[in-house]
Design a protein around this ligand. Structure first.
Ligand code: SAM
Length: 266
C-alpha cells in the first residue's frame, strides 16, 4: 500500500508552542507579537519586505473571510480526510475549523493541505459538549450532520451564524454529540450509497451554507475590523521569514532612535 507523508497540525503557524488540547488555540509567538506592538506596527515594519501584489492578495482574501460558518469535525481517522476538510474550508473563505479529539488525534496529510491550515484558526477540543457550548455562547446555531436526519440541509436558517458538525468515517457522530446540538440535518441521498465521504460532505454542506449565508448578509466577508487587522498582521508575519525577530529588532532600534514606527495604511 502506498505510504503518505503525514503530520499532525499541532504546531500551527507561529510554531513555537504546542496547542492546548482542551482549549481554543493558545496564542502563539505571532499573536503575542501583535499583542505587544499592535497590528499596525507589525504591518508597517513588515510591509517593505512583502511585494505589493502579496499585500493586495492578503487584503482581497481578508475581505472575503467568513467567520459565521464554522465546520467542526469529531474523531477523524483518515489524514487525507482531515486535510481535505481544511483545504475546502480555507478555499471557501471560512476562518475557523474546530476539531474534537475524543479518541482520535486529528491529523492532516501535508501534501493535501499544502500549508493552507496556516491561514485558518484551528481550535482543538477534547470533548464535544464544551465545544458546542462555546459556539452556542458565541451565538452560533450548532447542527449535527447525519445521513439519518429527516431534515434536509436546505431548511437550515442562515440568518444566524451556523456551525456544522461532522462525524468520522466509520460510526459518524456519536449520539451524545448529536443530542448536544441544536438539531441535525442531512444532505439528501439519491443513490444506493448510504452516506457521503466525510470530507465530501463537509465540502458540500459548508459550500451551500457559506453561499446562502453570504447571500443573506449581502456581502462576501463578515469579519469585524479588529479581527481583520489582527489577521492582516498575522498573515504578513507568516509571509516573512523570522518575522518575530525582524519586528522586535526594528521596534527596538526605532525606540532607541526615538522614532515611533510609522503605521501603515492597509
Ligand atoms: C462516512 S459518513 C459516516 C457514516 C456513518 N455510518 C453514519 O451512519 O453516520 C461521515 C460523516 O459525513 C457526514 N455525512 C455523510 N453523508 C451525509 C449525509 N447524507 N447527510 C449529512 N451528513 C452526511 C456526517 O457528518 C457523517 O458523520
Amino acid at each position: 500500500m502506498r505510504k503518505y507523508r503525514e503530520r499532525t497540525l499541532e504546531p500551527l503557524a507561529g510554531d513555537d508552542e504546542p496547542l492546548l488540547a482542551t482549549e481554543p488555540r493558545a496564542p502563539d509567538a505571532i499573536d503575542r507579537l501583535i499583542e505587544r506592538h499592535g497590528a499596525e506596527t507589525i504591518c508597517s515594519v513588515l510591509a517593505p519586505l512583502l511585494t505589493a501584489e502579496r499585500m493586495a492578495r492578503i487584503d482581497v482574501v481578508l475581505a472575503a473571510r467568513l467567520g459565521t460558518v464554522i465546520p467542526v469535525v469529531e474523531d477523524v481517522y483518515e489524514p487525507h480526510n482531515g486535510a481535505a476538510v481544511i483545504r475546502s474550508a480555507e478555499a471557501l473563505g471560512l476562518q475557523e475549523l474546530h476539531v474534537i479529539e475524543t479518541g482520535v488525534r486529528f491529523q492532516a496529510a501535508r501534501g493535501v493541505t499544502r500549508g493552507c491550515h496556516r491561514w485558518m484558526d484551528l481550535q482543538r477540543w477534547r470533548d464535544p459538549a464544551p465545544c458546542v457550548a462555546a459556539l452556542q455562547a458565541r451565538g452560533f446555531v450548532v447542527l449535527a450532520t447525519t445521513p439519518h436526519s429527516a431534515i434536509p440541509l436546505e431548511q437550515v436558517d442562515v440568518s444566524r451564524p451556523v456551525a456544522v458538525m461532522f462525524g468520522n468515517e466509520h460510526a459518524g457522530l456519536p449520539a451524545a454529540t448529536i443530542a448536544a446540538c441544536d438539531g441535525a440535518v442531512a444532505l439528501p441521498m439519491f443513490g444506493f450509497t448510504e452516506s457521503y465521504n466525510l470530507s465530501v460532505s463537509a465540502a458540500l454542506v459548508t459550500s451551500q451554507l457559506a453561499a446562502r449565508r453570504r447571500a443573506h448578509l449581502g456581502r462576501v466577508g463578515d469579519l469585524d475590523p479588529a479581527r481583520i487587522a489582527h489577521l492582516r498582521a498575522r498573515w504578513y508575519a507568516l509571509k516573512v521569514r523570522g518575522a518575530v525577530g525582524v519586528v522586535e529588532r526594528t521596534v527596538s532600534r526605532q525606540t532607541r532612535a526615538g522614532v515611533a514606527p510609522e503605521p501603515q495604511s492597509p
